[in-house]
Design a protein around this ligand. Sequence first.
Ligand code: UN1
Length: 496
Amino acid sequence: MVRIVKNFIGGSWVDARSGKRFEKTNPADSRDVVASVALSDKDDVDRAVEAARSAFPAWKALPPPRRGEMLFRVGEILLQKKDELGHLVTREMGKVLSEGLGDVQEAIDMAYYMAGEGRRLQGETVPSELPDKDCKSIREPHGVAALITPWNFPAAIPAWKLCPALICGNTVVLKPSSATPSCAAALVQAFEEAGIPDGVVNLVYGPGEETGEYLVTHPGVDAVSFTGSCAAGERLESLLGKLHRPLALEMGGKNAIIVMDDADLQLALEGVLWGAFGTSGQRCTASSRVFVHDSLYGQFLELLKTAAAGLKIGPGLHPATDVGPLINESQLQKVLKYIRIGQEEGARLVTGGNRILTGDCSQGYFVAPTIFADVLPRMRIAQEEIFGPVVSVLRFSTLDEAIAMVNDVPFGLSSAIYTGSVNTSARAERDLRTGLVYINASTIGAEIQLPFGGWKHSGSGHPEAGGRGGALDFYSRMKVVYRDFSGRLQKAQIDR
Ligand code: UN1
């Protein structure tokens, strides 16, 4: 079944003004056309921004608890449709069905969580230094938020942005990756069904360099949230810096797991497999480096090799599949390029390293789970984001040495340590320079009620998710109100 995917502008599903469309195929089988999608251009973006602008005053005026009730309904609708949407995520994006369902669950979690924030959205009330005067800070929305989302979490990440943006009172224009337009449309449909007023949520599609850039620099847009590649993020930084427009960026990672000599090896093994090969390594938080203590290096590598070689590769909708395809031809070529680079750099290819074109994999973008051993910290495969099922194994002898190597990359999103020692875990927690740190768990699996944000080149300092200290601080700005009811001129700092 080919889905007809249209723009959603001012509460109506409409074709692109130009009438142009593009096709989206299933990464597990490129003969399967998932959707025919409106190819939005400047005209469509203008209309979407205009719709969002017109809807803003009434949406801002609606009491946040009422906005929250609508988000709660979004959660209920998504829950009802979880199975259908999970299948769509898998068909369009490729991840295995349990992960497709997890992707939708994360959107549900976010809708429920932000629904509750409608009754909090705290500012502060603090005492004044002067009598008969009070002071408070309150949150105000920016206006129209442009949301640019990637394909690897096609339900969760748009929900990470939509829900906090809306609860704070912004209206939005969402432009999802062209690799997952149907998922975005299905998600937005839940907002429509939940009764979100016309124009509050708008949806357009198209290439980042054209539609995306036009949208984020549009004079009618007030804030921009972007998740995607570092190159695109840096470009947005340079464009938006000049416009003084708030910008939240979530970009790449080069996340690492440290396996100490006192680790529970089985647990660590499962964590590495899940972190490195889950979602075929296509997560910003994927475990792409593993630092193994000298004393168990050979043993751990052997266990890892056997376990990785035993993973079942195939279409995500097949129940036995452990690892699905990559998203498209260009990601496939990028991953194969890094595998060649690793070999040229002298890393030892332990397993995998090849595209799979047999059986169920003959029509998709499948790469075997790949392990490089004896990787040195400065090799490109240990420094650059690959975004595929490729893991580099490195060795270390002391905790300090391991932490220094984990930290010695341009990225700082997620890290993990497996250890039986509370002291070791506490030192790691203190010294790892990443926005997320996991103890005795893999580098993936963040929960939405806490901020999700990368340090260094991984992000701009405005995390996603979480409440205060997280997404709410990006999608609202503080207004401070001083009220003097003394009836006379009082001077702060002067009257003492
Ligand atoms: C990503 O890594 O691209 O933490 C997002 C996780 C998910 C989200 C990951 N909740 O693994």
